[in-house]
Design a protein around this ligand. Structure first.
Ligand code: ADP
Ligand code: MG
Length: 732
């Protein structure tokens, strides 16, 4: 009998790329054609309403019912004009995925006909039956309802992949009956507001014209692609997103020949279609290329305001899966689908900018601009310095645990890289110790000549450290430790919040000094100098992958928590509760609920992996090994019957022993793991159970896998049931 694997390989290798039709050779002809942009709003709304709506979006204000009604009508007319039949409130529940529930615009009148309608109330609020979304105990079943509420700061769009019709999607937040947040968007929006509130008065120290500060995000999304047939022949990939078994290929990424190499035809046509659909949705994809590992790729857009960028990323991850299907390709967003090969991350390029168009993290040409730059630069580092653990917890997930510290991604230790020029600038800043009320500002400027010095960073592209979890890259910070499958709203929420907290403290320190009679610039320098000294703990310019750094970090008192089950505890720490409740990002209950959800999610993922591993070992691997063993035994018996000497069977007898010992060892470990799991499942406390899974179950994964991967090397290739690494990784 031909194994399912052999058939899958045949299918996979026999496929050709499919043609992709683009609406026009010019992207500008169709960019954002499926988005209800400001332009379209202007076209469909009465002039006065448009003006008001524009300012509401700009300032993040509340919507009144009259405007909502007009906008709803405009949106409906636009969407129906493009062929949409349904609408949905689109939201980001704590599953990390996106959710939608479609309703038709059509309303029957009971007389055999009806009309398309969509009013303000339908736009503003929805009531999906969200009773089975994770909520960490925020909803008891008798009030199982969740509510969605319109987020006007992210534009509505039309989703239309394939022939499944068109749906108007309205970005919303998702809250419980009692108003508690049960999604990733509401806290993100709050964090953006408080960042604005904290940063604005500081901007105004330098420029009175600034009225608003926003945060920007440019994500770089890494992922793997394999043929669909091979994906469906791997139950582990389907259930867990990663291969929990499989020996590394003889040829992996050693030759570095995949990185920036040419893209295979089938993948190229997938990318073309994905780009086309993404561009129609206003996702400004800019670059695509091969990544380091075979089968690994990356997309990056032009950056946008954080809330919109997060929505775009969620939308893209969803699109990737759907468009992949049309090309018979499976997109793997897991952080580590293949052991031994590079994992995937989502680098978050983050900056703050003003409504006057100034990037606050961009070194300027004048001393005054540079002081402003230094202020935001140093305060961001200080925020990371003071809340490194919280930042670590924001990127914790079962998948990311495989990646952090795996010598291709930063370790679980948070540190900040700033490059040699800025290291020098901070050094000079700290070196100048002087008391009194001199005009520090001018002397400082003279001494550092910073306006000539800092712009060099921009030119100095080689001054980059790809091993750092949080690196300054010229005019933005790049948070590189975020996992590829993560909803990046959460790490962004944490980053915005800790920077807002830090800026608030900074402002108070400045005000206190000014009250005492110090000049403003002098005060700023004095505080920045103090912060620069504090930040020496978190600043690290060396190789983050090295063992020396782990030792050095330990000396510095930096945490190095490798497992999600433990890293999440930072989220429910006293400081964390204090920070989030102070800024009203989360109530204590909301934060603890989120903690529970994340712990439970981790525990369930490990549980599923454990079950999968047990099943695959017992029902696929052991039978294949036993079948091969049977062949060997029959051989030996025949040889004996022919009267051959035992020495002629040496190799086969050795193999028989080797395979039998592996079979026994796998079986023993699987039984022991199941027993242990039964014990752990009795632990009622979720975080405790999650930690037990980490400590007691994960070690079995290693042991069982090692034996199985050894078997893969000796069992007859024809009998091996699972697609092998080299078959999955190299798409024809
Ligand atoms: P890399 O060399 O690391 O790939 P790129 O210059 O290509 O970096 O940029 C990566 C991402 O950073 C892109 O999404 C880009 O739009 C984004 N980016 C560039 N400038 C900023 C900024 N000021 N704020 C936020 N993101 C930015
Ligand atoms: Mg980058």
């Amino acid at each position: 009998m031909i194994s399912a694997r052999i058939n899958a390989v045949k299918d996979a290798y026999g496929r050709e790329s499919i043609d992709v039709n683009r609406p026009s050779p010019k992207i500008s002809d169709y960019f954002a054609q499926n988005v209800f942009t400001l332009d379209k709003m202007e076209q469909y709304l009465p002039k006065a309403t448009f003006k008001e709506m524009n300012s509401i979006i700009e300032k993040g204000e509340k919507i009144n019912r009259t405007i909502a009604k007009d906008v709803a009508t405009a949106m409906k007319n636009w969407a129906i004009g493009l062929g949409a039949t349904h609408y949905t409130h689109w939201f980001l529940p704590l599953t990390g995925l996106t959710a939608e529930k479609h309703d038709t615009f059509f309303n029957p009148d009971g007389q055999g006909s009806g009309i398309e309608s969509f009013d303000g109330a339908m736009l503003i609020q929805g009531e999906p039956d969200g009773s089975s979304f994770p909520n960490g105990g925020l909803r008891t079943t008798h009030e199982a309802r969740g509510y969605t509420a319109w987020d006007p700061s992210s534009p509505a769009f039309i989703s239309e992949v394939g022939s499944s019709g068109k749906t108007l999607c309205i970005p919303t937040i998702f809250i419980s009956y009692g108003g508690e947040s049960m999604d990733y968007k509401a806290p993100l929006l709050k964090s953006l507001q408080i960042l604005n509130k904290a940063a604005l008065p500081i901007c105004n120290l330098f420029d009175r014209n600034v009225a608003r500060v926003k945060a920007n995000l440019g994500w770089e999304q890494e992922f793997f692609i394999i043929d669909e047939a091979l994906y469906y022949a791997r139950p582990d990939l389907q259930a867990t997103g990663r291969t929990i078994l499989g020996h590394g290929p003889a040829k992996g990424q050693q030759l570095d020949d995949h990185y920036f190499g040419s893209i295979p035809e089938r993948v190229y046509s997938f990318m073309l279609e994905l780009e086309t659909e993404a561009l129609k949705l206003g996702i400004p994809l800019k670059t695509r290329h091969n990544e380091v590992a075979p089968g690994q790729y990356e997309f990056a857009p032009v950056y946008d305001e954080v809330n919109r960028a997060v929505d775009q990323n969620q939308l893209l991850m969803d699109l990737m899966k759907r468009i992949g299907k049309r090309h018979k390709l499976s997109v793997l967003l897991h952080e580590k689908p293949f052991a031994g090969l590079n994992g995937s991350g989502k680098h978050n390029n983050w900056s703050m900018s003003t409504d006057t168009g100034i990037n606050l993290l961009s070194p300027g040409k004048t001393p005054r601009k540079n002081l402003q730059f230094l202020t935001f630069f140093v305060n961001t580092i200080k925020a990371v310095n003071d809340y490194a653990d919280l930042l670590r917890s924001s990127i914790a997930s079962a998948g990311n645990d495989h990646r952090l510290g795996a010598n291709e991604a930063p370790p679980a230790i948070i540190s900040v890289f700033i490059g040699s020029t800025l290291t020098q600038v901070l050094k000079e800043l700290m070196a100048k110790v002087k008391d009194g009320k001199m005009d520090e500002y001018e002397r400082m400027d003279l001494k550092l000549n910073i306006h000539n010095m800092i712009p060099d960073v921009l030119l100095d592209n080689t001054d980059r450290n790809r091993t750092s979890p949080f690196a300054f890259t010229g005019n933005k910070f790049e948070f590189r430790a975020v996992g590829s499958s993560a909803n990046t709203a959460f790490p962004m929420t944490v980053l915005n919040t800790i920077v807002a907290e830090q800026l608030t403290k900074f402002k108070k320190e400045i005000d206190d000094l000014v009250k005492k009679g110090e000049k403003k610039e002098g005060a700023i320098f004095r505080i920045l100098r103090k912060y620069s000294k504090d930040c020496q703990t978190i600043l690290f310019e060396g190789d983050n992958y090295s063992d020396d750094w782990a030792k050095e970090a330990k000396k510095r008192g930096l945490s190095n928590v490798k497992s999600t089950a433990f890293a999440l505890d930072f989220l429910e720490s006293k400081e964390s509760v204090k920070l989030f409740t102070k800024h009203e990002i989360f109530t204590k209950e909301e934060l603890l609920a989120r903690y529970e959800v994340l712990q439970e999610n981790y525990q369930m993922k490990i549980q599923i992996e454990a079950r999968m591993l047990g099943t695959m070992a017992s029902s696929q691997i052991l039978p294949a090994a036993a079948e091969y063993l049977g062949l060997l035994l029959t051989n030996c018996k025949s040889m004996k019957d022919l009267g051959l000497n035992k020495s002629t069977m040496t190799a086969q007898l050795q193999l028989i022993e080797y395979i039998s010992s592996k079979i026994n060892s796998i079986n023993e470990n699987v039984i022991a793991m199941v027993k242990e799991r039964k014990k752990i499942n009795k632990i009622a406390d979720i975080p405790k159970r999650s930690k037990a899974y980490c400590d007691k179950i994960i070690p079995y994964f290693e042991k069982i896998r090692r034996d199985i991967d050894k078997l893969e090397l000796v069992v007859d290739d024809k009998l091996w049931p699972l697609p092998k690494y080299h078959e999955m990784l190299f798409i024809k």
